[in-house]
Design a protein around this ligand. Structure first.
Ligand code: HSE
Length: 414
């Protein structure tokens, strides 16, 4: 019998127990092993559940129990998750996690510990919820040099943007709905300020490019500044606004990476990814573009990825099949985002239209204007391709000349 401990009985943890007991027989067949969940670690009381007898409050029972060979960490956060996971790996137990904060901050270190102790550290559920993306990247696409990864990596913000685009719902109302439906993180700032998407693009980039990319290296903007006016300009331009995480390998081995809202053309595959769905585009040198699509958040899709990792860990018992990537203690894999080239949507408020168009024309050269009907105190434009630094400098000059910069969003060509 292979015994499992689950640490955390929140949305994902309870989903893991649900999926495990629903599909236990077929999973045992696939793993060719009998399996059961022996402990569930949580400080709260769950006395009315059918598996109430499995609840414990003391982590030491798990780490010191030689019968436990797989530990599932679905507590979230860094502390105490990091300590617990590291101690379990050192004690010769494989660990499966959905915790992107943990993998993005400590992935290289934990993979090394797993490898040294002949156990596995699996984290399929940390990116894309139920979408298989981690394993395809390090297994099925292993014959490729990955040049670039870009995607809609956060279900909550994609849900909010979809409500803003399709129903003109305000940001606040859409966020409240996302929280009610259980999509948002405990602290919604992680979603709406882009940190969750940042952690996910860091994990994907580390995996694809072989060197740890840390979240503090990646310039990150969320969706809190976006307005329904921006959404309307995007529509008049011919597209939609999406929160995109992206990372690109540069010829010198460095990585260009960023998380930000972006104008995406209606022709792009990413433009039709709506609601809580995620999509990840992987550009390989042999495959060309491969797109992974599915539910990126929610109890059962995420639990499905966790339980799949349990089966893989069971199959790989006594061997370390986990991937590895190099650590980068200097946090210097990513280049300065200000050197990146970009075309920018800019929204301008004015008192005098002729003066405004002259100022913008003089500073930016050939622009593509966008208007909203019936509005005579603002307009928007798409800038030519410039470096981020040049765009920022020019926008400072725009403000100095008495115009208002009401918003800006990058225009991407995926
Ligand atoms: N809050 C996350 C999201 C959950 O909305 O995508 C899945 O990682």
């Amino acid at each position: 019998m292979l015994n499992i401990a689950v640490m955390g009985h929140g949305v994902v943890g309870s989903g893991v127990l649900e999926v495990f007991y629903k599909n236990r027989a077929s999973m045992e067949r696939k793993a060719n092993k009998e399996m059961d969940i022996k402990y569930v670690l949580d400080l709260r009381e769950f006395s009315d559940l059918p598996y109430a007898d499995k609840f414990i409050k003391d982590f030491e029972l798990i780490v010191n129990d030689p019968e436990i060979s797989i530990v599932v960490e679905v507590m979230g956060g860094l502390d105490p998750a990091f300590t617990y996971v590291k101690r379990c790996l050192e004690a010769g137990k494989s660990v499966v996690t959905s915790n992107k904060e943990l993998v993005a901050a400590k992935g290289a270190e934990l993979l090394k510990v797993a490898n040294e102790h002949d156990v596995n550290f699996f984290f399929e559920a940390s990116v894309g919820g139920g979408i298989p993306i981690i394993r395809p990247l390090h297994a099925c696409l292993v014959a490729n040099e990955i040049d670039e990864i870009a995607g809609i990596l956060n279900g909550t913000t994609n849900f909010i943007l979809t409500k803003m685009i399709r129903e003109q719902m305000s940001f606040t109302d859409a966020l409240a709905l996302a929280q009610k439906l259980g999509y948002a993180e405990r602290n919604p700032a992680a979603d709406v300020e882009g940190h969750d998407a940042c952690r996910k693009i860091c994990i994907l980039a580390s995996l694809a490019f072989g060197k740890h990319v840390y979240p503090d290296e990646v310039y990150t903007e969320g969706i809190t500044e976006l307005t329904l006016e921006d959404v309307e300009y995007a529509k008049n331009w011919g597209g939609v606004i999406k929160l995109i995480g992206r990372a690109k390998r540069l010829p010198d081995g460095k990585v260009a990476a960023m998380v930000s809202p972006a104008f995406v053309s209606s022709d792009s595959q990413l433009s039709s990814v709506d609601d809580v769905f995620n999509a990840v585009l992987v550009r390989g040198d042999a495959t060309g573009d491969v797109v992974f699509y599915g539910k990126g958040a929610g109890k059962l899709p995420t639990a499905s990825a966790v339980v799949a990792d349990i089966v893989d860990a069971a199959k790989a018992e006594h061997s370390s099949t986990s991937l590895r990537w190099e650590d980068n203690p200097a946090h210097n894999t990513v280049t300065d985002y200000l050197d990146a080239e970009v075309s920018m949507y800019v929204r301008i408020g004015y008192d005098n239209f002729d003066k405004a168009t002259k100022v913008i024309g003089d500073l930016f050269g050939e622009i593509k204007p966008i208007y909203r009907s019936g509005i005579d105190d603002e307009f928007a434009f798409i800038s030519p391709v410039l470096t981020e630094r040049e765009v920022s400098q020019k926008l400072e000059q725009v403000a100095e000349k008495g115009l208002q910069v009401l918003g800006k969003v990058r225009v991407l060509g995926y």
